[in-house]
Design a protein around this ligand. Sequence first.
Ligand SMILES: [Mn+2]
Length: 353
Amino acid sequence: MQALARRDGLPILKQHACFVSISIMSVPSDFLQALQGQLSQPRRIAVISHDRPDGDAIGSSLALGALLQQAGHEVAIFNADPVPQSLRFLPGWERVEVLSSKRTEAHEVDLVFNIDAAGADRISQHVRDSVKGSMLFNIDHHRGNNHFGDHNWVDPDSPATGQMIAQLASAFGWRCGSEIAQALYAAISTDTGGLRYPATTAETYRIMATLVDAGANVGEINRLLYESFPLRRLYGLQEVLQTAEFFADHRVACLTLTMELKQKLGLTPDDTEGMLDHVRGIDSVLAAVFFEERAEAIRVSSRSKDSRVSVRKVCEQFGGGGHDLAAGVRMQGTVEEAKEAFLGELVRRVGEV
Ligand SMILES: [Mn+2]
């Protein structure tokens, strides 16, 4: 095991490192015991994450799927939406089966794992209807998680579900090859803003170090995650930045993306990821909001840089949720109406700090 830390030419465990340095205490014992009991014989397992999956959802699903399969189980990975283009370098991404709402075939399994989803409602009804299991394990890090599984492990202090999967793997003594390491690295990196957000802990860095030891290629993963955008994204950004508006002495900022612009430039949901960071990064800004006009609703995603300003609480007021510093909600009505209601509440809260 010591070989993990050695840099003297004995990388014995380089490709098959165990998660030796990670705290196994983090997995609650009742959850662990229930899971151990279930996994004591080969099972058919479905891994599902939230709609419109992000890096944490996909990375965690792929890693957990691979770990369970390695442990001798039969695993299928499902989602309501396709894997974003920017994540299609992760080994095994093709394994994510997209369940169309048009077809309602049944997938009978023994165990279902819901990953990175704060509530059952974050997973499309047709996905929940078609994947049937006798027991539901819920693994997530959203504070508002309503413990909708039969067994729930919700750690709101964890910066990424990927971190929890690494801890789970450690608790089980599962081995981590380079492909699993890559998936978990991407999961943790994307949810922590590249290890920058305040929820990032020393444990996060220890886990990342273990993943690098296990074969995650830092330079390559970061290039593929953050430096491989299509040109249209830049054109989209140019236009969206023109919509920047500021309120409350430049402490609140917002960007607006209309359906018209999306269609004109052929922007995909992937292309708008991270646009908000450009206004969020302004020194005076405490909270930033992105309003995206979609056919069915206005999608609002919000970020805070100040723990006193919980965007989760604002989102919850309109039926959404998330984390204190990153949350979202879908609102009905026009973009103008959504902006007025949401920003009104946010500006009020910012005024109180
Ligand atoms: Mn997450």
